[in-house]
Design a protein around this ligand. Structure first.
Ligand code: BGC
Length: 417
């Protein structure tokens, strides 16, 4: 090697050093493990790796995230939390109160999160006025997914009211299809219950029940009606539903065995991954009776305090990346959600995402935004767990009495407060 080459080699090594010195590892706990969800998670991993960091995947399977939260608590208790974890809604406050979350204010300031994010969203991401989490997306929970080919074969019409919904279910059943693809897991039972509650109670009473936890609303006649509707709905679910994962249920609709699914728009990630086109191969309708309301579920990554400076840099780069337009587009197109940045160009998004964004903006303007109880946006995980217990026990017992269930609901919520 001559002197010039030696010098050039030395210079290029030196110029590489700042990157190497600043490259860290970022461990991310999440539950995005279905085929469609994984495609979305991979987009984040790639963007973080492109910045020179190492991604350590900490995926814990289990829809709705209950298993992931249990694992996270164990890791945190042993003093070894991951750099980032999928933590949502009021739970962010609980983790903040433990003093474990990192301050992201400098990243937020540099990247103007305050102007990019809707105020309501920014509030959820802050603890005592400081950013401790970054929002990834906005999911809508009150969707009904329909296979139009199955509907046509059964002579059923896409429903806009609860009565029409049950009428369509009858036609699907008579034609030999599974009317409603469902997985018998507490969080899925809770999701269906939430849709029925929003439809029957309406927006104001929904909030009173699941945000204010108002006893009179929880035990009132309309709540009894909600349980009665859940009882009726059980008759349209197939016998093999117990324990079935949500994405397997989505698969039944995609493959034409079932006609409908009530699920948040992460279900769309499976349709997208299967190469199906929104508005043609499948339809997304606001759940009958909930038009005008948008039950929101915002995924967010909360950041834990870290000792190592390089890992801290990787963590900040992760937080920064999540709100960049590139990530917002690729991730959300794969995930089924819409961008949390309201200035995002939606022209390359599909028909369901465009409808979702339009409905989100409209609901934001007229009080129609409702925090999802089933997805941890309305109340703490303790309240959510209490609701799931009552709803699942009711759903699994054909003899259960709706009036008694409403009273049990109020009592169970009271017990965990
Ligand atoms: C999460 C979604 C996830 C879904 C199914 C929801 O609670 O917010 O990101 O896709 O659960 O696991």
């Amino acid at each position: 090697m001559n002197a010039m080459t030696r010098l050039a080699t030395a210079v290029s090594l030196v110029s590489l050093m700042p990157l190497a010195a600043l490259a860290g590892e970022v461990e991310v706990l999440h539950w995005w493990t279905s085929g469609g969800e994984k495609r979305a998670a991979d987009t984040l991993q790639k963007l973080v790796e492109d910045k020179g960091h190492t991604w350590k995947d900490f995926a814990v399977a289990g829809g709705g995230g209950e298993a992931a939260m249990t694992v996270l608590k164990t890791r945190a208790v042993s003093g070894n939390p991951p750099a980032a974890a999928q933590i949502k809604g009021p739970d962010i406050q609980e983790w903040g109160a433990l003093g474990l979350l990192a301050n992201l204010d400098s990243v937020a300031e540099q990247n103007q999160w305050d102007t990019l994010l809707p105020k309501q969203v920014a509030e959820i991401m802050t603890y005592e006025g400081h950013y401790v989490a970054v929002p990834v997306n906005v999911h809508r929970v009150n969707w009904l997914w329909i296979n139009p080919e199955v509907f046509a074969k059964a002579g059923a019409t896409p429903p806009t009211t609860l009565d029409e919904f049950f009428a369509a279910a009858d036609k699907l059943k008579a034609a030999g299809f599974i009317p409603l693809a469902h997985g018998g897991q507490p969080w899925q039972d809770g999701t269906v219950f939430e849709d029925l509650a929003l439809s029957i109670l309406g927006a104001d009473a929904f909030r009173k029940a699941f945000v204010d936890l108002d006893e009179a609303t929880l035990t009132g006649d309309q709540m009894v009606e909600v349980f009665a509707a859940l009882n009726k709905l059980r008759g349209y679910v197939d016998a093999d539903a117990a324990g079935r994962d949500w994405n397997i249920a989505t698969g039944l609709v995609i493959n034409g065995k079932a006609g409908m699914q009530l699920m948040g728009d992460w279900a769309k990630s499976e349709w997208t991954a299967a190469g199906k086109v929104a508005g043609k191969d499948y339809q997304c309708l606001a759940f009958p009776g909930t038009q005008g309301s948008f039950a929101f579920n915002i995924d967010s990554l909360a950041m834990f305090k870290l000792g190592d400076a390089e890992n801290r840099k990787a963590q900040e780069d992760l937080a920064r990346t999540v709100l960049e337009p590139e990530f917002q587009q690729f991730f959300n197109q794969n995930k089924g959600s819409i961008p949390v940045r309201l200035d995002q160009d939606m022209s390359s998004f599909d028909a369901c995402a465009q409808k979702s964004m339009a409905d989100f903006k409209e609901a934001a303007g007229n009080g129609g935004l409702q925090p999802s109880m089933a997805h941890g946006m309305a109340a703490s995980s303790y309240v959510q767990g209490a609701v799931f217990d009552v709803v699942t026990n009711f759903f699994n017992d054909p003899q259960a009495d709706p009036k008694r269930a409403a009273q049990q609901l109020a009592a169970a919520i009271q017990a965990v407060q």
